[in-house]
Design a protein around this ligand. Sequence first.
Ligand code: 1VU
Length: 313
Amino acid sequence: MRLITYGNENATKKYTPRRAMMYVPGNDWKKINKISSMGADSFILDCEDGVALNRKDEARSNIQKIFQEKMFSVLKSELSVRINSIESGLCKKDLETILKGPIFPSTLHLPKMETKVQLDWLAQELESLLGKNHNIKLIVFVESARALLDMKELIQHCFTLMDQGAPFNLEAAVFGSDDFCADIGATRTPEAKELIYSRQHFVTCAKAYRLQAIDLVYINFKDMDGLLRQSVEGAQMGFTGKQVIHPSQIEIVQQAFSPSKEKIQWARELVQSFDQHQQSGKGAFTFHGNMIDMPLLLQARNILKMADRLDQN
Ligand code: 1VU
């Protein structure tokens, strides 16, 4: 089983930050026109749940137009597309319209990933629409109990397909908490205690394959304190970013998923101190009142790596 060279850990690949992943309904020009003035790392032009059934065609053709006319060509953020789930029966038309070309989105989101057969289907569709010379970044959504239990096998299957030449590169996984709650019969609460196990399972699985792990949406978009609390919690749990639905959520989320100046300084000093103690033959030592050994060094290095990726060093 290959682990280390998969996903964003591959040193030769450029890291795409996705601290805030902002949904913009693909049929809503008022919101689409706001993209350039919002500073999210990643925008998702949505064809799925943010778009009513009778507006799907409109969303598809708007999105196709946006790419062909290079409407956001100077945008520094990622501009991606969420298609409808394969099960919905709407996905084929999404792909055929959006990937008509010659200009393609760099990144596709596949909601409600459930089975290997679906992934095989996607690989074939993409190959017939893009050919073998294009490679699209893929982000998969885990939104049901079954998908969470099968997540490891489904991710492994993606990598098998990639090894066989499928024209996608799996980079991230998104936890679709609201569909997940509906699936297991849980009640969503602001504290999200009902999701602790599933978030931990999800993040462990994503990180085992070196994928970015994107946390749940905070749907009460006027509650900034709650958003901050849940964002900090997600970052502490190992998530790399969070889905957002409203412009007012972007800044709070991006901050929460960025290492602070103080944390970067702490990590730099810790690494330095660790090296000095190693040279004097000490594996464990006291630093800022805490015991430090190898696992803490690895955590400090994670902070510096993230700061480097976000260009904060
Ligand atoms: O100040 P203006 O009137 O010019 O602009 C409004 C509004 O248009 C704009 N805005 C957005 N712009 C771009 N993308 C957005 N997602 C977005 N949301 C709002 O910001 C200004 C202030 O907006 P508001 O406070 O008046 O809010 P609205 O009533 O206009 O909109 C609220 C909702 C929640 C409906 C809106 O934010 C929205 O549609 N968000 C995206 C919802 C979505 O895509 N849901 C699916 C993904 S989440 C999921 O599947 C799991 C739960």
